[in-house]
Design a protein around this ligand. Structure first.
Ligand code: SF4
Length: 351
């Protein structure tokens, strides 16, 4: 039997809307329904916690208050505004999409689901969120939070990472979108997933959807959602060189495609090198290494890859001309350095 019978879902809007209107958190992007604001917030919130996003969001809008400003921004400035948020392709796509809006829609954010979906970096979730919140269209925004809620409410055993499960849940949800309150319904589901029906330890006793929740009725909330077994991440070992010449640190730029495309990085080579080999690498890069100072090992996890990094701080007496050298203020203000590398400066401050 198709588990997506309407009965369990149909009561959700009337249960969730009053609860949401009373309990919603006051977040900066909820103060209006301006598509630019909702869009930027939704892109920032992908893979990132609300608390971490608020400061970035406020700063981003201060510097780039509208779509035109974003479309015309200097890519270096964009990377700097995004520094530390990770998944940098998000901000590059934001700008591409802003340029699309300027070129194809006269600078006005499109108001149909199909046109929103065509913007760079906008997948089904983001398109559903913007369409429902900004334009009151009955389009679901199905992310991990919503999948978790629905799989618990239906006690659905199908893995939520399967596209077929996502499609079935989105279609079932769209059938019950309450006309006139579509935006609030989308946000009510997001809010429930973030504050009540959380991944671990859902607060069922305080949940407005408890009366229709099968997992709760069966005492099995902790068993959902079901996920497919995880694939192992690929491990890459690297030696990172923190070349320090009179307080200036060497940087280089990553290639324009692939992981962390176009961002700045500390020079690095594959494998884990000992001190002598690390010094030889510094010399090969054109610097004049004097002595190794300290070494630490740290890892950084991306979606599919884990970097296991051994970082050598090497004091140099001559700068390599082919590398860019930056002092503390430039490192802070000018160059966008991914967290994978920036973590070594915190270590440097502790040493
Ligand atoms: S009753 Fe519990 S498991 Fe069911 S939706 Fe509410 S919080 Fe989630």
């Amino acid at each position: 039997m198709d588990p997506y019978t309407k009965e369990n879902y149909a009561a959700l809007p009337e249960l969730l809307l009053p609860w949401y209107r009373q309990n919603r958190r006051d977040l900066p992007w909820r103060r209006d329904r301006e598509p630019y604001h909702v869009w930027v917030s939704e892109i920032m919130l992908q893979q990132t916690r609300v608390e971490a996003v608020i400061g970035y969001y406020n700063r981003f809008l201060q510097v780039l208050p509208d779509i035109r400003a974003l479309a015309e921004a200097d890519p270096e400035q964009l990377h700097k505004l995004w520094e530390g948020l990770g998944y940098y392709s998000r901000v590059r796509n934001l700008q591409k999409a802003a340029q699309q809006v300027m070129a194809d829609h006269g600078g006005i954010f499109p108001n149909t689901h199909a046109a929103i979906r065509e913007l760079a970096g906008v997948g089904p979730y983001t398109a559903g969120a913007i369409a429902s919140i900004c334009f009151e269209l009955p389009k679901a925004a199905v992310d991990g939070n919503v999948l978790r809620i629905l799989s618990r409410i239906m006690a659905d055993e199908r893995p939520i990472d399967k596209q077929s499960t996502k499609d079935a849940m989105a279609a079932a949800l769209e059938e019950i979108y309450p006309i006139g309150s579509c935006g609030d319904f989308t946000q009510a589901l997001m809010e429930l997933g973030a504050t009540v029906c959380t991944p671990r330890g859902p607060k069922c006793e305080a949940c407005p959807a408890r009366a229709v929740c099968r997992a709760y009725a069966q005492g099995r909330a902790g068993e959902f959602p079901v996920k497919s077994p995880k694939k192992d991440k690929r491990i890459e070992q690297k030696t990172v060189l923190i070349l320090d010449c009179g307080g200036e640190i060497a940087l280089c730029k990553r290639p324009d495609t692939g992981l962390l495309a176009g961002l700045w990085e500390l020079p690095n080579v594959p494998g884990h090198l000992e001190a002598e080999a690390a010094m030889a690498e510094a010399a090969r890069m054109g610097a004049e290494p004097d002595r190794p100072d300290w070494m630490v090992e740290r890892s950084h996890i991306f979606t599919h890859i884990r970097w296991e990094m051994r970082a050598w701080r090497i004091l140099c007496t001559r700068k390599a001309p082919e590398l860019v050298w930056a002092g503390p203020e430039e490192l802070r203000e000018k160059y966008a350095l991914p967290t994978a590398f920036r973590q070594f400066f915190d270590i440097g401050a502790e040493k």
